[in-house]
Design a protein around this ligand. Structure first.
Ligand code: SF4
Length: 64
């Protein structure tokens, strides 16, 4: 699995970091998403998909 985030779409709502703080954080400067792990292990696949589904801006994409 590979995670991509489009910071141009991100509105800084922080849902992703709440959903899986091991995978996502927010920039201290503008609150936009930081992907901490772009290729997470299987134990994080469900929450990575959940974060993509919950993101109000559609900024997170998961492949695989
Ligand atoms: S949930 Fe979406 S809009 Fe909110 S910080 Fe994460 S990527 Fe950005």
């Amino acid at each position: 699995m590979r995670i991509e985030a489009d910071t141009a779409k991100c509105c800084g709502a922080g849902m992703c970091a709440l959903t899986d703080p091991d995978l996502f954080d927010q920039s201290e400067e503008d609150g936009t998403v930081l992907v901490l792990v772009t290729e997470p292990g299987p134990e994080h696949h469900a929450t990575a998909r959940e974060a993509a589904a919950l993101c109000p801006a559609g900024a997170i994409t998961v492949h695989g």
